[in-house]
Design a binder for this molecule. Sequence first.
Ligand code: NAI
Length: 464
Amino acid sequence: MATFDVIILGGGPAGYVCAIRASQLGLATAVVEKEKLGGVCVNIGCIPTKALLHSAAVANLVSHDLKGLGVEVASVKTDYGVAMKRSRQVSEQNSKGVEFLMKKNKVTVIKGMGTLLPGKKVKVGDETHTATKAVVIATGSRVKGIPQIGLEINKTTVISSDEALFLEKAPPTIAIVGAGAVGSEFADIFNAFGSKVTLVEALPRILPIEDAECADALTKSFKKRGIVVMAGAKVMKATVGAADVTLELEVAGKAEKVTVEKVLMAAGRAVNTENMGFKEAGVQLTDRGFVKVNLATLETTAPGVYCIGDVAGPPMLAHKGSREGVVVAERIAGHKPHAIKYDNIPSVTYCHPEVASIGMTEEQCKEKKLDYQVGRFPFSANGRARASNETEGFVKIIRDKKYGEILGAHIVGGHASEMIHELVVARENESTVEEVDLAVHAHPTLSEAIAEAALDSMGRVMHT
Ligand code: NAI
């Protein structure tokens, strides 16, 4: 039994970042974690998938994009098992890195399953620990199947990203149910490793939360590479056999059937709120099953108990959780941190081409009847993109006509995940589109496409 200022339940990107900040502010801090530090992101999410996506990008480059570069590769052979092992090493390295950071910051790591008890106490095994200032719930989320239609994850023929990350071989055929970030990234990976991929999305287009133009560009690119994209396709029933699965789909009122060796479920995640004493400790849930939090303070319905990350509600993104971790630590330490601007959290899907965005989509601007002007610039007109043979995609900026506000910005293309931050910083600081253009952009860079899209939204584009 030990006493700390702060006890954090869960050592993912929300929890461990909260611990570092709390410790920096002089609070005696403990993190309770039942598995490896780093959570889903480091161990079975963001990091290992990015390692696999890098392998996929290299495979695509040497298979399709070497023409005219003066480089020849005699024959291309891909091996998912080898790529998987490397992705595990990268993940392991990152988890060890988090362990190191806990030591460096003098955060106590308590291994085991934590249960919240009333009065800011946490039980781990036979030990009960007390927090004098606060307990922070950061228990994250997990994959889920759709048992109602027969798609329960059985870890063999019906898998989730958890299993996909440990496969020794890419399956000959795979259907991916759900074309959000998880589904689109795995479609890219398995396609590059030779699987025949069918991507099934119930809503009318893939990446449904992104701007329609971006989703359409990605659809085109996926189709060109042989991925079968079925949008507006509802899975009605699944028949799961020992070696294959048959999906019965309804596509635009018509019945279709797809039989594949594996189905990867990527239709959203469930949050971890069960069997951890939340209800007994006075922590209430929302109708959708998230922990109920006061968004201004991130405090739950139990005084002194905070909640951050996936379990606190959407968007379920590592960087949103980490920021909440910092803000909560500062609040517990008695500071007055800046409020989080939830409408200024970037979204990135790391498939090829990458899709990155900030702010509103054009569809949302239309719905809100805003008076806006769209600026676009294609990478095919950008010198650096031509030189690097990365001409796919575009930058799109939506500008408020009267005030020049950046209502939304959307990038499809190589390095979109890195480029978007210029516009994230601009929006955070309430810079106008005019001010984005005023900043001199180095030549030749892909970022010049941002300045050109800014100009285009003012009717002054130069290079198209
Ligand atoms: P998601 O909720 O983003 O996407 C799931 C998709 O499945 C939706 O488009 C939904 O319409 C579709 N769907 C649901 N039921 C279906 C059905 N029966 N048939 C066909 N389609 C169906 O969930 P996802 O991709 O699993 O990701 C979970 C969370 O993790 C999200 O919040 C996501 O943003 C986050 N994440 C973020 C990543 C990133 O930032 N790159 C990478 C991976 C996950």
